[in-house]
Design a protein around this ligand. Structure first.
Ligand code: GDP
Length: 377
């Protein structure tokens, strides 16, 4: 799937840079253009691989909006034309989707991403997706409340919102900086593979497809290489999307690879997903990546049926991603996955945090207004 990426805010910029770099290093050419937008100049300066655009300079003078996401919304609303102009040439007739990337708990990305998605929807016919990073559960009330409001608005504006929970893709006990490194790297690899999976027909997989299909015999289903349209159709359910990934060393033995395929598919959904515990979905896509010879039709079909049972969805697509690797990998993309305990728990945290903010007395002196004690002066 050929995409243009726009990162908004610090997390948005960092993740966009990682994605663009992964795609270039792998030679996939799925990422057609990448731009990072921020109201904090210092955060843009650390990026080397993407073009950058400062917004809100007249309001915050390059110092960022802090964690004030309403200010993030205002700043994007004022400067959105500048951002859209900057996208000229990055969104081309070959682009199949635009992905707006942001951390939902902060200010610039949280407030700015929904505004940008809204405006992109007005001028482009291709799907506009959001890739949103949810704050970890220990990140504090303001981050939870910000993320709740941002997510609600993104769900209204974007064609689908792929969520990455900051608690999901790192090891326990890592410092926050090294956790970000790990998470960003994993996002780049997994989301990068998803974009590239749809490129396989025209790219890496071309020769393998022909040879594999011709070897298929005896009534076995023909190999089907996953195509961009399957990613887009899976996301057509709208709402929340989640992505899972797992891989294992492929075996020389084809019957063992049937078991391996089932095993990576299970791990991808049950323990490797960007939104832990999200298994119920309106639609799903199972992509098995690896050497064409190592991908067993029987295993893929069995895993696809298992995914149907687990997600409760009748719309489970499947496809191969021929890749020159000694491993077998499974990518599981879920569409319409908002009915999960994780999302419920998160929205409850966000609502509580929001209520607590609103019920705080704004004028603390009022509490003492009719006290019999007198002020000193
Ligand atoms: P903004 O610059 O105002 O949009 O704010 P941030 O992008 O820093 O958003 C804050 C949220 O994003 C918090 O939940 C952080 O934990 C998270 N965050 C910040 N930087 C990164 C990063 O590089 N990677 C990841 N995964 N999360 C980040």
């Amino acid at each position: 799937m050929k995409v243009a990426l726009i990162g908004v805010g610090q997390a948005g910029g960092n993740v966009t840079e990682r994605l663009a770099r992964f795609d270039a290093n792998m030679g996939f050419e799925a990422v057609q253009g990448a731009l990072a937008v921020n109201s904090a100049e210092a955060d843009l300066q650390s990026l080397q691989f993407v073009d950058t655009q400062l917004i809100g300079a007249d309001r915050v003078n390059g110092h960022g909006v802090g964690a004030d996401n309403e200010l993030g919304t205002d700043v994007m609303q004022s400067d959105v034309q500048q951002v859209l102009d900057d996208l000229d040439g990055r969104v081309t007739s070959r682009s199949e989707a635009i992905v707006v990337v942001a951390g939902l708990g902060g200010g610039t990305g949280s407030g700015g991403a929904p505004v940008l998605v809204h405006h992109l929807q007005q001028i482009h016919d291709i799907p506009i997706y959001a890739l949103g990073i949810l704050p970890g559960r220990n990140e504090g009330a303001l981050y939870q409340a910000n993320a709740g409001r941002s997510l609600k608005t993104l769900l209204r504006e974007a064609d689908s919102t792929l969520l990455i929970d900051n608690d999901a893709w790192h090891e326990q006990g890592e410092s926050i900086e090294s956790a970000f490194e790990t998470i960003n790297e994993r996002i780049a690899k997994r989301v990068g593979l998803l974009f590239a999976a749809g490129e396989a027909v025209n790219g890496v997989g071309e020769s393998s497809v022909t040879s594999k299909t011709s070897r298929t015999s005896g009534g076995a289903a023909a190999a089907s290489v996953v195509d961009s349209s399957e990613v887009i159709n899976t996301l057509r359910a709208g709402g929340v999307a989640a992505l899972g990934y797992a891989s294992e060393v492929a075996s020389e033995d084809s019957s063992e690879n049937i078991t391996n395929t089932m095993s990576v598919a299970r791990q991808a959904l049950l323990t490797g997903t960007s939104l832990p515990d999200a298994t119920t979905a309106d639609s799903a896509l199972l992509v098995i990546a690896g050497q064409p010879d190592a991908i067993p039709r029987k295993g893929v079909e069995r895993a696809r049926r298992w995914l149907e049972d687990e997600t409760g969805s009748m719309q489970v697509r499947g496809g191969d991603f021929p890749l020159d690797s000694d491993r077998l990998g499974a990518l599981v993309l879920l569409g319409g996955a908002e009915r999960s305990d994780r999302i419920e728990a998160f929205m409850e945290r966000a609502r509580e945090a929001n209520d607590a903010q609103e019920s705080e007395p704004t004028d603390h002196a009022e509490v003492f207004a009719d006290d019999r004690l007198e002020n000193l002066f």
